[in-house]
Design a protein around this ligand. Sequence first.
Ligand SMILES: O=C(O)CCC(=O)N[C@@H](CCC(=O)O)C(=O)O
Ligand SMILES: [Zn+2]
Length: 336
Amino acid sequence: MLALGKLLELTLAGHEPAAKIQLTHEGARLRWLAEGALEITPPAASDNGLDLLLSAGIHGNETAPIELLDRLLRGIARGELKPRARILFLFGNPAAIRRGERFIEQDINRLFNGRHEQHTGVEAMRACDLEHLAATFFNNPERTRLHYDLHTAIRGSKIEQFALYPWQEGRPRSKRELARLEAAGIEAVLLHNKSSITFSAYTYSQLGAEAFTLELGKARAFGQNQEVNLQRLELRLQQIVEGCEPEQESGDLQELKLFAVAREVIKHSDAFQMHLPDGVENFSELPVGYLLAEDLAGMRWVVEEQGARIIFPNPKVKNGLRAGILIVPAEDAALV
Ligand SMILES: O=C(O)CCC(=O)N[C@@H](CCC(=O)O)C(=O)O
Ligand SMILES: [Zn+2]
């Protein structure tokens, strides 16, 4: 196998490879760009015009997606997977991956769309670097641009694998991309309804990519991801890499559940309290009238929406950040 196929090993060791460029027997080029960043260029004659950004480890303890990207990259470096797309592999937060922690100083997935400029430290610098790497990769608007930012969640979930679809004023959602996610085993999609400061929101709104955050199960340490079943996603990613996806069968998205954001719960102060049991799962339903959270000055979040569910409840986030999202089923999402 080509040594650059061991990007994860290099990243975990904090090593820079001696040779930055290597070629497979078939002529695909692997180029190391920076820590945790490797670009694949297919032979010109096979290039199908897709630019595919695959990122994982934006949160350092979310290891199942990191292992998945490692397998894909090794397959390419061994010549078993023959890429027809340009690909950028990114391990998002190397310092946090090495420690096995969500972040070192602050959540890097709240520092995109320029937010890093207001901060200092390891995550702010890395978010700036990731924006540049992604912008340089997606620099040709004539090519098709697709970004999957792969995550696992802090807690268990009633719906194990789901996607979050960023928002941009006036931009329609792609039915084709939703069908692709459905074929990859994704069970539900949450449609954001305002701009955000996550990595996928940046590539979607600033770089014109179709972009998704994918939540794939519960976060566990390296080597302990047997319960995270990534088979369908892995197969679909292999097919996208090789440009051999089966024709999109269904147009009706029968199996895919769509949700919309009803409200984001923002933690304003240290007085913030969330009234949920410790082990509550993502997508748990909450009845109308339920007192979900309280904060200073008598601020209260009471559920008013029929069919409301909670995802990502986390009262430990820093003040000013999202401590949970109240979602509702979305029936009439505009898709093209
Ligand atoms: O499990 C949790 O509480 C958080 C899981 C997670 O990291 N989710 C992403 C979602 C990003 C998005 O909204 O697209 C995050 O919070 O960064
Ligand atoms: Zn995450």
